[in-house]
Design a protein around this ligand. Structure first.
Ligand code: FPP
Length: 226
């Protein structure tokens, strides 16, 4: 969800105004998923590296997240949305964690869309944590090193309950992964748009999906038409 800061700057507004507008886009894009029958949406809302931002911006983002969670409960129930997270969420402020836990519990049986917020998330940290967990199982004799395969690692990631993403959308024209789902995006298609996240709407999301639908995915194999 890149470009909130630039969106705000171009309007002479503080960065937090960009994040507030960005939170509105979250609703638009979630609604678009529901309309299109897309069952999983993962949003990179706060990275491990974002803790290095100025404290007032971190505070504004945490407050925004809390408000978002408080205001969305009813909507999630009505629209059948399940909220989940990935990342080191134990590092978030207590008030945010309490809201997150509440909404996760409240929405756990919803089935139309799983909205996954990546919070205090870094893919390298996630892979490191998974490696430690596997090493402990080897040490305890629960598995042997020769039994470890791709699936073992996938099963120990925060994202274990969710399928790998088919499509990565990055806004504001940046051509980087920025420590996002490095393992899980191995065969994902990329879609880069110049629009800043707050300007990215339902129509843009549909365009991204239509573009994706025209791709031919080969997963390393030779195309059937060749
Ligand atoms: C990146 O843009 C965006 C973030 C670090 C925060 C994303 C947060 C939101 C969209 C709102 C809160 C989320 C929820 C789920 C309520 P940037 O600040 O790096 O923009 P810039 O590159 O233009 O400076």
């Amino acid at each position: 969800m890149d470009g909130n800061g630039r969106w705000a700057k171009s309007r002479g507004l503080p960065r937090k105004a960009g994040h507030r507008a960005g939170a509105e886009t979250v609703r638009e894009v979630s609604d678009a998923c529901l309309e299109l029958g897309i069952q999983y949406l993962t949003l990179y809302a706060f990275s491990s590296e974002n803790w290095n931002r100025p404290q007032n911006e971190i505070d504004a983002l945490m407050k925004l997240l809390e408000q978002f969670l408080k205001s969305k409960s009813k909507e999630f129930a009505k629209k059948n949305v399940r909220l989940q997270t990935i990342g080191r969420t134990h590092l978030l402020p207590e008030s945010c964690r309490a809201e997150l836990n509440r909404v996760i519990e409240e929405t756990k049986n919803n089935t139309a869309l799983t909205l996954i917020l990546a919070l205090s998330y870094g893919s390298r940290e996630e892979i490191t944590d998974a490696t430690k967990a596997i090493a402990e199982k080897v040490q305890n004799g629960q598995i042997t090193p020769s039994e470890i395969n791709n699936q073992t690692l996938s099963n120990h990631l925060d994202s274990a309950p969710f399928p790998d993403p088919d499509l990565l959308i990055r806004t504001s024209g940046e051509l980087r992964l920025s420590n996002f789902l490095l393992w899980q995006l191995s065969y994902a298609e990329f879609y880069i748009t110049q629009k800043n996240w707050p300007d990215f709407g339902k129509k843009d999301f549909r365009e991204a999906i239509e573009n994706y639908a025209r791709r031919q995915r080969r997963f390393g194999r030779v195309s059937s038409s060749k």
